[in-house]
Design a protein around this ligand. Sequence first.
Ligand code: FAD
Ligand code: NAI
Length: 511
Amino acid sequence: FRVLRFIWRLTWLSTLGGAAYLAYHIYDSKHPPEQLPLDPTKKTLVVLGSGWGSISLLKKLDTEDYNVVVISPRNFFLFTPLLPSCTTGTIEHRSIMEPLRHIIRHKKRAVKYYEAEATKIDVDRRVVKINDFSDVKGNVSETEVPFDYLVVGVGAENATFGIPGVKENACFLKEIGDAQQIRKKVMDCIETATFKDQTEEEKDRLLHMVVVGGGPTGIEFAAELQDFFEEDLRKWVPDIADRFKVTLVEALPNVLPMFSKALIDYTEKTFKDENITVRTKTMVKKVTDKNIEVEATQPDGSKVKENINYGLLVWATGNAVRSVVRDLMGQIPAQKNSRRGLAVNDYLVVDGTDGIWALGDCSATKYAPTAQVASQQGNFLARLFNSMAKTQAVEEELRSLDARLQASTDDAEKTLLTAEINAKGRSLSKVKQLSPFQYSHQGSLAYIGADRAVADLNWFGGAISSATGGELTYLFWRSAYVSMVFSLRNRILVLTDWLKTKTFGRDVSRE
Ligand code: FAD
Ligand code: NAI
């Protein structure tokens, strides 16, 4: 009986503790404290971008030590791993956006934010030229921002490899606007296919959803789209049930090249069971408004050209370097051999520069361009800047102690000052000792549809690795991502969206 009473009390206590924790976080998120004003004696640190790299840096940076200026055309952080779920309304787009204003308002010292694109980084003059390309413009929409230190975290743009017609006709999947456009277009294709007197051939074209690129973006999108069809569209628009078709086109012999062979096979089999057609060894060469021209490699090695009609085309073939980064690389001779982005050293300093760092998808490192890498680099740079500020503070103290020592004539005071200088010197060498950036790969996860996911995971710093796929992995995928989304607010929104989708299904309205 006593044991039962103890368990009862423990349950109550943990519930109360949980409620208090929740209440504190909600109160704290709504009541940011007063901030220190900008300080002209501090160095100006300009951060470009509000993505995984830059926001991870900002989160951990002690802004008391710097005047921080953030420049990005996007005034929010986007949790990209759940972006494919927004294309079908499994998750609403605002649930995975965290306003930048919330983030910077919680920092110790005020952080300036300019909604603009950096269009040129002038290395010699140490200024960034910025342009406001948003719809609403004031008298000034172009100016320059000087910097002492600069962190470039502008990400990458969509690769099209110069294939004609891609930019004009395909949808991409990188930003919130892309997901919204896809969601609208899927429904538009469906409603147009069911238009009175629509021809049979046109119905087939309109209901053919083609995804180019068998990397994780293409796979996750194709999976979400087929789920949408099976769980909702089939029921609400029965006329399309026999025609709706998803095809994934990939140039390489298999999809998901970063996953282990067993998980690649499992994904391809799951797609087959879900009726998603996978066309491997098929390269898109040209795109028009209604079809793609592909070159398929046959088992005997010969190549065959083919036209595939589509209603919706989603292009997910990886990353390309942004123009502002290309321009910066062009100014620095040490970058002349770099192709994939800014070459950086072990401390993420842009090769050939002083006081300029780069992180995430815009940098060229030996790691894959993932959120995992960008966020670890952001955390590293925060530690680096915090340690640089401490070093500078100790060096200043040392200079002043040394000046006092030189001026002193009192032996006792000299002994005390010498001891203090030695102690400060020891602490200086400690803060200076920051080891280079080292990436710790936690593994790869991807949703493959029908409540299944694949996971190649590393445990205990890579000592143990596991490759799993299926429904349990999907539960792990969900819990991992919900624990990673930016804030408690986002977490609650994502969980509510999942519950809403399970209970009522997805919304099939076009807007
Ligand atoms: P981004 O997060 O892309 O941020 C770049 C920022 O720079 C943005 O705020 C942008 O607005 C801003 N910017 C752009 N141009 C300029 C300019 N000229 N001046 C100033 N600012 C500018 N990775 C994973 O590890 N796991 C996943 O599950 C995963 N899922 C993904 C799903 C999708 C659909 C996509 C597209 C990517 C996914 N990734 C995932 C990859 C991951 O999102 C990227 O590697 C990561 O976003 C890179 O971070 P970043 O900070 O370099 O760039
Ligand atoms: P990707 O670079 O991983 O894959 C693109 C695919 O497109 C390649 O397999 C390539 O062979 C194919 N391709 C290129 N040109 C083609 C053509 N003309 N015709 C047919 N196929 C063509 O790109 P993705 O998926 O956009 O991912 C970008 C980065 O983001 C990667 O580093 C990826 O790991 C990361 N990411 C990770 C996710 C996860 O971990 N779940 C989810 C989404 C992205």
